[in-house]
Design a protein around this ligand. Structure first.
Ligand code: HEM
Length: 435
């Protein structure tokens, strides 16, 4: 009988280098809430660029199929080609569950009932609820009109507040926090900075992988539940009661993900998009022309590009729930599988515009159908808030560029030269804009 086939295993040296370039820097920068100083250091050292070059080398040495690699003490399967990426994401959450130990340990601290930590019927239950409230397939949410009014009001307020001074990430982040509290919870939450601060603290604690819910979690959820019960018209909270649910859905427990994804993740991506637009005269001209009309698909493409070039979810991890046949070998149940978005998005062998800012690929090209691009993930467990994020993010960018037509980056964007390959990292905390 022929010996059973084995998938290739990376050498010890390759494993060490992978941990040094990809795993450790990601953990040091903060898995759940980024630490600005660490992000600054990782950017200066070009660790993301090193990670991409290292993975190109792994593919050359071991072939395009998945390769076993050591991640700290575990043996993990690393996807190096887009076909395997698609297989994993199309098979999530079963047989590829999205709650491997490290993610569960950290996330359970601030959102123990999260959809993304759920499996089987519980995942289906919470997913149906989430898609109903967020109206996942709709390009524009039914409450888009109300949401866009909030965006215009809050963006103008921020730009007035900033005046002639530089626009910094702190101003931008505060803007997103206000918008998000109003959109998700209602105007009554507009001033509730404490709620956002409480969530930020829980997420900072989660960086240490504490493995149990925080003692402050009940207080935080109670505060959230007040807004959920009030169900203020015009906010997402007004749609919760009518969405499909039962006692296992844990309605308030779903809202946390929406809050941090909009206020933190989207804020970072939109700020980077602003820097990219400011640095690319052709894109700027195209945006300016588009802003004279109603829709802004090219501007949405700019936001997508910021996420492709600098993915805020650099790694997607899964755990196999059953034994799986893979390239003639058997991958046992309980295996961790890794997809490094930061590599596939910048894979020069397969993406002709890998290191360029190419918003037109999202309007006239096929970027939206590329399985290699997973800043919103894809497949059954793809981000259910992607369209809402694009709607709100594009609206904030549009209102900012209308208010500051001469906007330019005064600091932190030095690497964004349209004539050269773009860097692999862009530190949002160092960016400054002036009019
Ligand atoms: C720019 C903004 C956003 C980005 C880059 C983003 C990215 C992602 C990614 C990569 C995943 C998959 C994570 C994984 O599989 O490990 C995900 C899942 C998810 N996202 Fe987003 N997201 C964004 C905004 C939003 C918004 C606005 C909402 C809700 C209002 C949202 C709600 C969710 C939820 C609930 C899941 C879990 C889905 C599931 O497990 O079935 N996201 N997102």
């Amino acid at each position: 009988m022929p010996a059973p086939r084995e998938l290739p295993s990376a050498s010890l040296l390759d494993s060490v280098q992978f941990n040094q370039a990809v795993i450790i820097p990601n953990a040091v920068q903060g898995l759940f809430r980024r630490r600005p100083n660490a992000v600054g250091v990782a950017t200066r050292l070009d660790l993301d660029g090193r990670g991409v070059r290292l993975m190109e080398g792994l593919r050359e040495r071991y072939g395009p199929g998945p390769v076993w690699i050591r991640v700290m003490a575990d043996r993990v399967l690393l996807c190096l080609q887009v076909e395997d990426v698609a297989r994993v994401l199309d098979g999530s959450p079963h047989p590829f569950a999205s709650d491997p130990a490290a993610k569960r340990k950290g996330m359970a601290h601030f959102q123990p009932d999260a959809l993304t930590l759920s499996r089987g019927e519980l995942w289906q239950n919470r997913r149906a609820f989430t898609e109903s409230v967020l109206q996942t397939p709709a390009q524009a949410h039914a409450l888009a009109g109300e949401f866009l009014d909030v965006v215009v009001e809050e963006t103008d307020r921020t730009l007035t507040g900033v005046g002639d001074g530089p626009l910094r990430f702190d101003d931008w982040h505060e803007l997103f926090r206000r918008i998000v509290r109003r959109v998700v919870l209602g105007d009554a939450a507009a001033e509730d900075e404490e709620l956002s601060d409480l969530l930020a603290t829980l997420m900072s604690e989660a960086n240490g992988l504490p493995s149990e819910p925080s003692p402050s979690y009940p207080d935080y959820v109670e505060r959230l539940a007040g807004y959920v019960e009030a169900a203020e018209p015009g906010s997402l909270a007004s749609l919760l009661a009518a969405a499909p649910q039962d006692v296992d859905t844990r309605v308030a427990g779903q809202v946390t993900h929406w809050l941090f994804a909009l206020q933190d993740t989207l804020a970072v991506n939109a700020f980077r998009a602003l820097a990219l637009i400011a640095a690319h005269p052709a894109a700027r001209a195209a945006v300016a022309q588009e802003l004279e009309g109603e829709d802004a698909p090219y501007l949405a493409g700019c936001l997508q590009e910021a996420m492709r070039l600098f993915p805020t979810t650099p790694l997607l991890s899964r755990e196999t729930l059953v034994d799986l046949a893979w390239n003639g070998a058997t991958v046992p149940a309980g295996t961790q599988v890794l997809i490094v978005n930061a590599f596939h998005h910048r894979d020069r062998a397969h993406v002709p515009y890998a290191d360029r800012f190419a918003p037109q690929e999202w309007t006239a090209g096929d970027a939206a159908r590329q399985r290699a691009f997973n800043h919103f993930s894809s497949g059954p467990q793809g981000c259910p808030g992607a369209n809402l994020a694009l709607l709100l993010g594009t609206a904030v960018l549009a209102q900012t560029l209308r208010g500051l037509p001469g906007l330019r980056a005064t600091d932190g964007a030095g690497g964004l030269d349209p004539g050269r390959p773009l860097p692999h990292s862009l530190n949002p905390y160092a960016l400054r804009f002036g009019a």
